[in-house]
Write a protein that binds this ligand. Structure first.
Ligand code: ADP
Ligand SMILES: Cc1ncc(COP(=O)(O)OP(=O)(O)O)c(N)n1
Length: 285
C-alpha cells in the first residue's frame, strides 16, 4: 500500500500579509499569482479590502488588528512559512499586530514592501502609522524594498541622484534592516536600475526601461517574486536577480486590462521559459 502522507512532496511556502486589490493587479492578488508562477505555495493574511480597479482606489476597508493576527496565527500554527512579505498595512494598530506576530513566530526571511500611496494617489499607509512602521516593523525585517518616494518618506531625505540613493540606503540599514533594495521605477533614463545594499556593498540590477503606463502592481509583484526566491532558499542577491527578471517580463509582455493604469502580466516570465507555450496574443486570436 502507498503511504500517501509520506509520499507527498514538500514545497516552498510563502505568506503575504497585505491588502486585497479587487482589480487583481496589486496587493494579495498580485502576490499569490507571483508565488504560484514561481513554484511556491502561497498563503495570505488580509489587512484591508480595497475596492480598486485600473482607474484608482474607490474605497478602503481596513480589517481589525485581531483579524490580521488570527489569520497569521492560523497559518503559523499549522503550516511552515519559509518566507513572508508585507504590503499594505494601513494603520499603526495593524503594524503593531504584524510586528508582534513576527516576534511570536520568529520568522526571519521577511520582506517588507513599504506600500504608502497607490499610483493614483490614494493613501494606503496612514501618516500616523509611519513612526510605528519604522520603529516596530523595520528592525524585524531581512529586506525592505522602497521605491524612491517611499525611501524619501522613510528617511526624510530628498533623493535626486545616485549618491542620494546610496545615502538613503545607508540610513535605512541603520534602522536594523539587513538588506535594502531601492527600486528605480520612478526615475527616468534608459534603464530601470534597482540598488541593493547589504550594509557593506552596493550592487545594481538594471534592465531596459519599458515605455508603458501599465505598471499597476509592479512593486507588489517585484517584492512577491523576491519573497518566492527566499522561500526557495536563494540568497538575497539571487532572489533580487530573479525578481528583476520576473518583473521585467511582466511589464514587457503587457496585457490589456481595464481603461486606466493596467496591471502587469504575471505569466510572462514562465512563458518565456516554456518553449512552444501559448502567448497572451494567441489566446485572444
Ligand atoms: N517602466 C519600467 N520599465 C522597466 N522596469 C520597471 C518600470 N517601472 C518599474 N520597473 C521595475 O519594477 C519594479 C518595481 O518598481 P517601482 O515601480 O519603482 O515600484 P512601486 O510599484 O512600488 O512604485 C522595479 O524592479 C523597477 O525597476
Ligand atoms: C491593496 C493594494 N496594495 C498595494 C498597492 C500598491 O501597489 P504597487 O505595487 O505599489 O503599485 P501601484 O498600485 O502603486 O501601481 C495597491 N494599489 N493596492
Amino acid at each position: 500500500m502507498v503511504d500517501v502522507q509520506s509520499s507527498r512532496r514538500q514545497v516552498p511556502r510563502a505568506l503575504t500579509i497585505a491588502g486585497s486589490d479587487s482589480g487583481g493587479g496589486a496587493g494579495i492578488q498580485a502576490d499569490l499569482k507571483t508565488f504560484q508562477e514561481l513554484g511556491v505555495f502561497g498563503m495570505s493574511a488580509i489587512t484591508a479590502v480595497t475596492a480598486q480597479n485600473t482607474t484608482g482606489v474607490q474605497a478602503v476597508y481596513p480589517l481589525s488588528p485581531e483579524a490580521v493576527t488570527e489569520q497569521i496565527r492560523s497559518v503559523g500554527r499549522d503550516i511552515r512559512v519559509d518566507a513572508l512579505k508585507t504590503g499594505m498595512l494601513f494603520s499603526h494598530e495593524i503594524i503593531e499586530a504584524v510586528a508582534a506576530s513576527l516576534e511570536e513566530f520568529k520568522w526571519t526571511r521577511v520582506v517588507v514592501d513599504p506600500v504608502m500611496v497607490a499610483k493614483g494617489g490614494s493613501v494606503l499607509l496612514q501618516d500616523a502609522a509611519l513612526s510605528a512602521f519604522k520603529r516596530k516593523l523595520l528592525p524585524l525585517v531581512e529586506v525592505v524594498t522602497p521605491n524612491i518616494p517611499e525611501a524619501e518618506r522613510l528617511t526624510g531625505m530628498t533623493i535626486r541622484n545616485a549618491s542620494n540613493k546610496r545615502d538613503a540606503a545607508k540610513q535605512l540599514i541603520d534602522l536594523g534592516i539587513r538588506y535594502v533594495v531601492m527600486k528605480g521605477g520612478h526615475e527616468t533614463g534608459e534603464e530601470a536600475v534597482d540598488l541593493l545594499y547589504d550594509g557593506y556593498c552596493f550592487s545594481e540590477f538594471s534592465a531596459k526601461r519599458i515605455d508603458t503606463v501599465h505598471t499597476h502592481g509592479t512593486g507588489c509583484t517585484f517584492s512577491a517574486a523576491l519573497t518566492a526566491g527566499l522561500a526557495h532558499g536563494l540568497s538575497v542577491e539571487l532572489a533580487v536577480q530573479q525578481a528583476k527578471a520576473f518583473i521585467q517580463a511582466a511589464i514587457e509582455d503587457g496585457i490589456q486590462i481595464g481603461g486606466g493604469i493596467g496591471p502587469t502580466n504575471h505569466w510572462a516570465y514562465r512563458q518565456q521559459r516554456t518553449p512552444g507555450a501559448w502567448t497572451a496574443e494567441q489566446s485572444l486570436a
